[in-house]
Design a protein around this ligand. Structure first.
Ligand code: ADP
Length: 443
């Protein structure tokens, strides 16, 4: 940083003039004494005058020496005294130079502090290494990412402190164009670490927490694997049967009919899966409900109950209890959420079970609740039950035509309406799924 120097140097005449003036004064006094008292007294006066001048200069020199010393490195220990003549000019210049230096130092300190504050707020970690790989400085994010402590570790070799073999290998490499991905199983974070050379042989280690990105990547990979698996199973069944039909054209009629029924069932399963995937993707794409209207919820609940009874085909006792409330929202999305809850109760409850569908006001707004006395869900499954493709009993879910996406659809559809899903369940006793909508959606 450069501070503009405003004052021009003093002309030398301003420095020399008072010196010559004082020497002239001493000479003049000696000459006068010579005239009045003779040469001896004149010499005495001349020497006394010179002694006074030398003493004065030594006094000022001592003051300067003390003033320059600055024992604590900040404020001068001694103030420069008021001076006369040439010393006044010198002192003024010195004071000005010191003020300039102080100002420069303050500005550098302020810039440095601002830089440290800014880097402290950075989510990325930065470690500055000297030529030998010793830690010179690091910010708090680097302390967190790499388990460093600036106060304790300054001046130590980074390789001795971050003792992960991939990190050591990376630092030994000559090519740092690509960052290193470093997984810390203890802290359960994944870091991207890159070494950036600067100032010839100095280096900077930049670390970034990429855990959220790796999590998204894992979810994406799992999702693709799940969808592929879900599609492959029915396609394998259909493919196998088609081969059989081609190989055995004169297959018995009853067997052909059985095969055709299975193939139809499997293709319907693929269709349902694709439908659910499209619904889920629509729900995830937009943040708010699509085509919002005000509608009589009772009619919707009754229609859903009729569908549930059709699906049950008389195997369950299904009761309905609704209040006449008007809702605002996407009828399609709420129908999808409510219908998934009732179809789950029908599909997962064994024949002879009881299902109660109720709709009405709730302290938070309104609720749509489905209670069954089916198998129930063990507590360890509850936190993950709304994840895509998460099933407690995979084969039962598939046998009953489930796609494993129903509760994920319910969760998303409710969230888009500002609502939430509440689940109470006990193994062997049954489950209660409660969709709660906020007051702003109820009239
Ligand atoms: P699925 O298509 O398999 O029903 P869902 O996402 O709708 O998928 O449900 C996820 C899992 O939650 C189901 O596989 C089942 O194990 C469990 N589940 C959902 N509803 C019930 C219920 N009413 N009773 C018992 N288990 C249920």
């Amino acid at each position: 940083m450069r501070i503009p120097v405003s004052s021009a140097p003093h002309p030398l005449s301003r420095f020399w003039a008072p010196i010559w003036f004082r020497f002239g004064l001493v000479g003049f006094a000696a000459a006068l004494t010579d005239l009045a008292f003779g040469i001896t007294w004149a010499l005495a006066v001349g020497l006394a005058g010179l002694g006074w001048l030398i003493g004065l200069h030594l006094y000022y020199l001592r003051k300067i020496a003390l003033w320059i010393e600055r024992p604590d490195g900040t404020a001068p220990s001694v103030e420069l005294p008021a001076a006369y003549g040439a010393w006044a000019t010198v002192f003024a210049d010195l004071r000005r130079a010191r003020r300039r230096e102080d100002k420069e130092r303050d500005q550098v300190t302020e810039t440095l502090n601002r830089f440290i504050e800014a880097t402290s707020a950075l989510p990325d970690g930065i470690v500055i290494l000297d030529r030998g790989g010793l830690i010179e400085w690091c910010n708090p994010s680097a302390e967190k990412h790499l388990g460093l402590n600036l106060k304790r570790d300054r001046g130590y070799l980074i390789l001795n402190l971050v003792r992960q073999p991939p990190f050591t290998e990376y630092l030994m490499r000559a090519d740092f164009a690509e960052p290193l991905t470093l997984a810390d199983p203890v802290a359960q974070i994944t870091l991207s670490v890159q070494l950036l050379p600067f100032q010839e042989s100095r280096r900077m280690v930049v670390s970034r927490d990429i855990t959220p990105y790796t999590r998204v990547e894992t979810i994406r990979r799992d999702f693709i694997a799940n969808v592929s698996h879900e599609l492959r199973t029915p396609l394998t069944v259909v493919g196998g049967f088609l081969e059989q039909l081609i190989d055995q054209p004169d297959i018995a009629e009853s067997q052909r009919q059985r095969i055709e029924a299975i193939m139809l069932d499997q293709t319907q399963r693929v269709e349902r899966l694709i439908e659910d995937l499209l619904t889920l993707s629509r729900l995830e794409t937009h943040s708010g409900p699509e085509r919002e209207t005000e509608f009589q919820a009772r009619l919707l609940v009754e229609a859903i109950a009729i569908e549930a009874k059709a699906l049950s085909d008389g195997k369950h006792e299904i009761n309905v209890d609704t209040e006449p409330l008007t809702l605002t929202g996407s009828q399609d999305e709420l129908r999808s959420a409510f219908a998934n809850l009732t179809s789950n109760a029908v599909r997962h409850t064994t024949s002879g079970g009881m299902i109660l569908i109720s709709f009405g006001s709730h302290p938070e707004g309104a609720h749509f609740t489905v209670t069954d006395n089916g198998p129930g869900i063990a507590p360890e499954h509850l936190p993950r039950i709304t994840e895509r493709f998460y099933r407690v009993d995979k084969s039962r879910s598939r046998e009953t035509g489930g796609t494993g996406l129903g509760l994920a659809i319910v969760k998303h559809a409710l969230a888009r309406h500002g609502g939430r899903l509440e689940i109470e369940s006990e193994v062997g006793r049954g489950s209660t799924f409660r969709a709660i909508l906020p007051m702003s959606r109820v009239h």
